[in-house]
Design a protein around this ligand. Structure first.
Ligand SMILES: NC(=O)c1ccc[n+]([C@@H]2O[C@H](COP(=O)([O-])OP(=O)(O)OC[C@H]3O[C@@H](n4cnc5c(N)ncnc54)[C@H](O)[C@@H]3O)[C@@H](O)[C@H]2O)c1
Length: 333
């Protein structure tokens, strides 16, 4: 199959390599000509050290490389999905399958990324979202990984499953596109918070509680918006939450650690260097939660730390001191 991957960050590059290994003809598009030139010269991406880019992987900054493709993967940071899809849309052949692999909610519109793509392409192309616990650094090194692909149309989900799946990359399917995308975006807020807790010097108990209660509240919002609760118990939900809250590779967690250690949020985002999706997702979650009237104490506290200058330790102590309540809304009924 002829495939173009849009976005040559760690994730786009790791997936381009995976697709190449799966026997496809792959082009990796970079946003900047300079970025593509460096990849061509070094035949490696600095964010994936020790992973060579084979000669068969075509590297370009020319967006017309989406022409004549059966499948196009969108792997830019979430803030660039709209602009990239807008520029690519007129160049796409009819029937090209689009796969969104970015994790975020668009700032301002609060749309999920497949909703953004559907809007700019006027729903002209089959579309899927791929998500799950999958750090680029590990996928590039062929560490066994499992993900889930979501599409409204089962045939599209199964086609994407076939294209990506191999002995070290297992792909499940689901029809809950909204649930998968919300889980993917919202868990980054909890990962950022896990980092803050680490930076403050809290322990394993804190993190386990944060992950459990965090999952609970992002699932509550996801369900209120139309996602399925069981999606949050799957790879895109708890799976990705576990990996992002505990991993050394997680930039959201790393950003949180810096904040917990006393860096200002903006400073921490700059220091991490790569896109910190949780920072933007916290703002989107706040407006979505306000809109549908869902209580999200952890995400709200993170939002206050990120956008209102709240001291992280005070925010944590206030969370602990909230009014006492049963663990689940379904007991004592
Ligand atoms: N890195 C991972 O392990 C991983 C895993 C799964 C999902 N993701 C998601 O994939 C997305 C991309 O992540 P990444 O790690 O590859 O990102 P990254 O921070 O490494 O950046 C990706 C690329 O985006 C490009 N870019 C910057 N501004 C742009 C613009 N205005 N238009 C188009 N492109 C632009 C940059 O040139 C860069 O090559 C994110 O949403 C992330 O959450 C990442």
């Amino acid at each position: 199959m002829k495939i173009t991957v849009l976005g040559s960050g760690g994730w786009g590059t790791a997936l381009a390599l995976l697709l190449l290994r799966n026997g496809h003809q792959v082009t990796l598009w970079s946003y900047l000509e300079q970025e593509s030139a460096t990849l061509r010269e070094k035949r490696a991406n600095p964010v994936l050290p020790g992973v060579p880019l084979p000669d068969e992987l075509e590297l370009t900054a020319d967006l017309s490389s989406v022409r004549g493709r059966e499948l196009v993967v969108l792997a830019t940071p979430s803030f660039a999905v709209r602009s990239t899809a807008t520029k690519a849309a007129p160049l796409l052949d009819e029937g090209t399958v689009l796969v969104s692999v970015s994790k975020g909610i668009e700032e301002g519109s609060s749309l999920t990324l497949t909703q953004v793509i559907e809007e700019v392409t006027q729903d002209r192309f089959p579309i899927a979202a791929l998500s799950g616990p999958s750090h680029a650094e590990e996928v590039a090194r062929e560490v066994p990984t499992s993900v889930v692909v979501a599409a409204k149309d089962r045939a599209v989900a199964e086609l994407v499953q076939d294209v990506f799946m191999n002995p070290v990359f297992r792909v499940y399917t689901t029809d809950d596109v909204l649930g998968v995308e919300l889980a993917a975006a919202l868990k980054n807020i909890i990962a950022l918070c896990a980092g803050i807790c680490d930076g403050l010097g809290f322990g394993d108990n804190t993190k386990a509680a944060l992950m459990t209660r965090g999952l609970n509240e992002i699932a509550r919002l996801g369900q209120a918006l139309g996602g399925r609760r069981d999606t949050f118990a799957g790879l895109a939900g708890v799976g990705d939450l576990m990996v992002t809250c505990t991993s050394q590779h997680s930039r959201n967690r790393r950003c949180g650690v810096l904040i917990g250690q006393g860096h200002l949020p903006q400073q921490a985002v700059r220091e991490v260097g790569m896109v910190v999706e949780g920072y933007y997702a916290a703002a989107a979650a706040k407006s979505l939660a306000d809109k549908v009237g869902v209580d999200m104490p952890i995400s709200q506290a993170v939002w206050r730390v990120l956008y209102r200058g709240k001291d992280p330790k005070t925010a944590a102590m206030e969370l602990m001191a909230r009014e006492k309540k049963p663990e689940s809304e379904e007991v004592w009924t």
